[in-house]
Design a protein around this ligand. Structure first.
Ligand code: NAD
Length: 295
């Protein structure tokens, strides 16, 4: 068997086209375009690249973007003041604070200060609770949201399937498990202390891996025909000095066993920014509905 490759680049392009159409309709209806504010603290080179990509893709779908590049010496109070100003700004519908933040700044405090209505990353505790309980209108973390779309490119209906999420972070693993449960999968979550990971993987119809451990999941750990989503991204340097990105799944082995699999790169990665744009449009639409609702 050779697995079908799930083309994240193509599916992300579909999502961006849907968002662009939604933005055009929003503007045609007389509203200013949705606006995303991206805040970066410090000079982490990888974060600068992510922010530049986000800004470029935001503008490409017709939304406005604002970039706030703050120095590494920025205090927690200064960052919270900026977030509060953006919360109150009617032209800003989505606020994204790029992580990691410098260690002196309390990430939880920052995430909790972002208005739930503008929390396009979906990390504010209100949105975490809304996603967990399946409330309509919750802003859901972008990577798990993108993974659900990739899974649905293979399965119209996942109710009753067994899913294993390997990795239990608040950014990926936990919200991922909640979304799969919401769609009636039988979900297990594994983490670094889980025993007998190999056997648990072999039981999964849907295997989502987000650990950051390159090649952790071997081909013979996978249930034949399973759908395998590799969220992991690690940059490795070969002995000759060339760099490449690798996932958490041994792709060359897994492709002979799985039914469908995401590549790294070109699988989950492109979906994350596409879903950020989708969340920003949803936030703008919700703000407009609220403004139009009778008092
Ligand atoms: P994290 O470090 O916060 O969490 C890693 C999780 O993996 C933890 O729950 C840990 O217990 C578990 N884990 C670690 N080693 C393990 C092992 N040997 N066996 C089983 N579980 C193990 O990481 P994160 O933020 O969730 O990110 C995970 C990976 O996903 C990273 O490679 C990251 O770069 C990638 N990522 C990709 C995207 C994307 O857009 N494609 C987005 C977010 C994260």
């Amino acid at each position: 068997m050779t697995a079908r490759i799930i083309d994240g680049k193509a599916i992300a392009a579909e999502v961006r086209a849907e968002v662009a159409a939604g933005v055009a309709a929003f503007v045609a209806d007389g509203s200013p375009p949705p606006g995303l504010a991206v805040v970066l603290v410090g000079d982490d080179p990888a974060s600068h690249v992510y922010v530049a990509n986000k800004v470029r893709q935001t503008e490409a779908v017709g939304m406005t973007s604002r970039r706030y590049m703050l120095g590494a010496e920025t205090t927690e109070r200064q960052l919270l003041d900026l977030v509060e100003r953006l919360n109150a700004d009617p032209h800003v519908h989505g606020i994204l604070v790029q992580f990691p933040l410098p260690p002196e700044i309390d990430t939880v405090k920052v995430v909790s200060t972002i208005s739930a209505a503008k929390d396009v990353d979906g990390f504010n505790p209100l949105n975490v609770g809304r996603t967990a309980t399946g409330m309509k209108g919750a802003l859901t973390p972008c990577t798990p949201l993108g993974v659900m779309r990739l899974i649905h490119s293979v399965h119209a209906d996942i109710a009753g399937l067994g899913a294993l999420v390997v990795g239990a972070s608040n950014v990926v693993g936990r919200p991922m498990a909640r979304l799969l449960l919401q769609e009636q999968c039988t979900v297990s979550v594994a983490h670094v202390l889980t025993t007998d990971l190999e056997r648990r993987c072999r039981d999964a119809d849907i295997l989502v891996v987000a650990t950051g451990v390159p090649g952790l999941i071997r081909g013979d750990w996978i249930k034949p025909g399973a759908t395998v989503i590799d969220v992991g991204i690690t940059r490795i340097t070969s002995s000759s000095g060339t760099e490449r990105l690798v996932g958490d799944v041994a792709f060359d082995e897994a492709i002979h066993v799985a039914g469908a699999i995401t590549p790294v790169p070109g699988g989950v990665g492109p979906m994350t920014i596409a879903c950020l744009l989708a969340n920003t449009l949803s936030a703008a639409q919700a703000a407009k509905e609220e403004a139009c609702a009778p008092a």
